[in-house]
Design a protein around this ligand. Structure first.
Ligand SMILES: [Fe+2]
Length: 273
């Protein structure tokens, strides 16, 4: 079975993060985490620091293209709040721009990719968070339409018959921080717990957003619950540094082997600052 390399919160466009990520991409392409053809890369959002700076989309797109050419078995991305605006102020126009640049123009979330016998289900956790009345702050909301589609998809034969199922999204589904949380996480929980009770295993849930890189394994009956942190160690803004509910910024880019127990998963360290 292919391994998963989960990274998050690249924030390209912030300071010298493009250079930092370029070095990481070269290392990975040269086999730093193993043979690329055995690895599926999952990036759980915040590819860029500010979507209003169009160069950032182009720059990360270029790096991802190089990773694709290196022969990775998959390269899966979902948007984060910074991919749709400044991070605390989003704009609907970026929904299509993100699709055009990183996915397919007419694709609908959840994203479905079956790679060998693993079904990947990617959610847009900003989908219902871009209305005029709630687009401020860094909260997320998947929305009922997308959640209902996911509920149905989990029961489709091609998904049920896969050996493993992996959910990935940007916002942290468990850690409810003020102005930062996934507002409909309780609905997501219900769908995933019902699926598990119906013997449709959910083998991992991968996310980012908090930059803390913690694992919450076992939550909702899911063996692997991973926050990848920020691969470039993007620091918090000054006001946020004073909030007591934020922990230290970490890079927790993990290599995950779903065939083994979670204790065998390990973190990759790239940055020697
Ligand atoms: Fe982020």
């Amino acid at each position: 079975m292919k391994k998963i390399l989960h990274m998050s919160d690249l924030h390209i466009g912030y300071k010298d993060f493009l250079d930092g990520f370029h070095e990481i991409a070269v290392k990975l392409s040269n086999g730093f985490a193993g043979d690329p053809s055995d690895i599926i890369i999952v990036i759980s959002g915040d590819l860029v620091e500010n979507a209003n700076n169009f160069d950032s989309y182009k720059e990360i797109k270029n790096e991802l293209k190089k990773l694709k050419h290196a022969g990775f078995a998959g390269l899966l991305v979902v948007p984060g709040n910074h991919d749709y605006g400044t991070g605390s102020y989003g704009d609907k126009k970026f929904v299509n721009m993100f699709k055009q640049n990183f996915l397919e123009e007419d694709i609908e979330y959840p994203l479905i990719d079956i790679i060998e016998d693993i079904a990947f289900i990617g959610l847009d956790s900003m989908a219902a968070e871009l209305h005029w009345y709630d687009k401020l702050w860094a909260e997320g909301e998947i929305g009922n339409d997308q959640l209902n589609r996911m509920d149905n998809i989990l029961r489709e034969y091609n998904i049920r018959s896969c050996n493993k199922r992996v959910i990935y999204l940007h916002h942290h589904p468990f850690d409810q921080k003020p102005f930062h949380q996934l507002k409909d996480s309780f609905k997501l929980r219900k769908i995933l717990v019902n699926a598990i009770n119906d013997n449709i295993s959910i083998d991992a849930i991968l996310y980012g957003h908090n930059h803390e890189g913690k694992s919450n394994n076992g939550h909702w009956g899911i063996k692997r619950c991973y926050d990848a942190g920020s691969i470039n160690l993007k620091p918090r803004s000054k006001p946020k540094k004073n909030f007591p509910w934020y922990d230290k910024v970490e890079n927790s880019t993990r290599v995950i082997d779903l065939e083994k127990i979670p204790d065998n998963d390990y973190k990759l360290s790239f940055i020697s600052k």
